[in-house]
Design a protein around this ligand. Sequence first.
Ligand code: SME
Length: 160
Amino acid sequence: MFDFATTAADKAAIHADLLAAADAVTAGETDGVANMANVAALIWQFLPDLNWAGFYRMIEGELVLGPFQGKAACIRIPIGRGVCGTAAATRSTQLVADVHAFPGHIACDAASASEVVVPIVIDGLLTGVLDLDSPLPGRFDEQDARALEALIGRIGARLR
Ligand code: SME
C-alpha cells in the first residue's frame, strides 16, 4: 500500500510534498490511466478546498474524461470550449478566479467557483489537461499554477 501524507502548513511545502509523492507513485509504472488515477487521488488528498481534481485525455481530436476525484463530470469537451478546451487550444495554463465570468465555461458541478487547468504537452504533442475546481472564488493563484505546471513537467510523460 501507499501511505503518502503531508503535514506541511505552508503552500510551497505542500506543493513540494505533492510533487514528491506523485513522482514516487508514478515512477516505474507505464500505465498512464493508473498513474492519472493515483495523481488525481494525491491532489485531492494534499490540496485543500477542491471539489474536483482530475484529467481529460486528448483522444481523436477532443478532450475525453479521464481519472478524477469529485462528482461525475462532462465526458467530452471540444478543443476551444470552456476552460479545459481553451487550455488545450492555447497550450497555456488557464487560471480562472471566477468561472462564471469565463466565456463558455462548462459547468460540470454547480459548486465550482474557480478553476485552474494545465495542459499536458509531451514531445510537442498535447496529450491532455489537468483540471482542478474549487468551491471558493479565487482559490488558485500563480503559485498554485506554477506548482501544477512543475508537477506536469516532472511526470507528464507518465500520464499517457
Ligand atoms: N469547467 C470545465 C469543465 C470540466 S469540469 O470542471 C470537471 C471547463 O469549463 O472546461
